[in-house]
Design a binder for this molecule. Structure first.
Ligand code: PDD
Length: 296
């Protein structure tokens, strides 16, 4: 296996960074997760844009322009001969002496990983997953804005520990005001009175790329959508629930805490529509010029 480290492809065994890297010392950095299907990185521009926004919010200068980032991603996929890949782009503040001052680090550390993307078990999509409402609250927007997709992940990890302890797949965090925010690695949706509901970005969540697609698809499919502030009671009285992210796509939820959802019609419809959206995107990229293989 090969990784892209700073400016070149290296074998995994040589892909090491310093213990003085501020990503290691302080969680000072940003990342993105993308998924490639059949040699095409889905929503690549949107992910790179979000990486750039995250970096700007922590005053980190990305070491590459957008084309340079795309090339690094393709090169990593090619080096590993992967067309269906889980891609993780990590950019940390870089190597520097101990101390919080970002200016201590001269060059950011830039890493691309392209691992094999194994599909999640079909049974998860068929039966749905169990999730919990975590006691851990989502970071306050005024503290660490969840819109920054940062390496500082302890908030999410604390909630994940709660999920593991409860035997659940995902934990949903509330914000400090007690409104539903998001999962540790996902956005949450639920259906109530045939309205597709999801917490607004103002609730303090990551502006998920999958979330945005699902909102657009729901409208296109003729559903009313509501982005707003919701309490757990709204969720518990919903007829359907699902979570979204780049790798899970649309994952049905069977149970939140002890509340069971019996219906899944709208979830299934949106999942199909999302799959179709991916297929259309891939076909469009392939028909409009070189994709992955254009870089070889
Ligand atoms: N996680 N909320 C959080 C906290 C996330 O970490 C993610 C993504 C999402 C969904 O965003 P998107 O639809 O753009 O993937 C929401 C990725 C998958 C990860 O951490 O690897």
């Amino acid at each position: 296996m090969y990784l892209y480290l700073n400016d070149r492809i290296v074998p995994k065994s040589e892909a090491v960074v310093s213990v003085y890297d501020h990503g290691f010392l302080y969680g000072d950095g940003v990342y993105e997760t993308m998924r490639a299907y059949d040699g095409v990185v889905f929503m690549m521009d949107e992910h790179i844009e979000r990486l750039r926004r995250s970096a700007e919010m922590i005053r980190l200068l990305l070491p590459k322009d957008n084309d340079g980032i795309k090339q690094a991603i393709y090169e990593t996929m090619i080096a590993n001969n992967r067309t269906n890949a889980y891609i993780r782009l990590t950019v940390s503040r870089g190597y520097g002496p101990i101390g919080l001052d970002p200016d201590l680090c001269k060059d950011a550390t830039f890493v691309v990983v392209a691992e094999e993307m194994k599909d999640y078990p079909a049974s998860m999509y068929k039966n749905g997953i169990n999730i919990i409402i975590a006691g851990t609250r989502r970071n306050l927007r005024e503290a660490i804005n969840p819109q920054i997709k940062s390496l500082n992940f302890l908030n999410n990890i604390l909630a994940k520990i709660e999920a593991k302890d409860a035997g659940a797949y995902e934990a949903i965090m509330l914000n400090f005001k007690g409104y539903i925010a998001e999962g540790t690695i996902s956005n949450i949706f639920f259906v109530k009175d045939n309205i597709v509901c999801t917490p607004s970005v103002g609730c303090g969540i990551l502006d998920g790329i999958t979330r945005k697609i699902i909102l657009d698809l729901a409208v296109r499919e003729g559903f009313r959508v509501k982005e707003g502030r919701f309490k757990t009671g709204d969720l518990f009285s919903a007829s359907e629930c699902f979570i979204t992210n780049t790798t899970l796509e649309v994952m049905p939820v069977r149970k939140v805490d002890n509340v069971k959802f019996t219906n899944g019609d709208i979830t299934r419809l949106l999942r199909r529509a999302y799959k179709q959206e991916i297929r259309a995107y891939i076909a469009n990229v392939k028909s409009s010029g070189p994709s992955l293989w254009g870089y070889q």
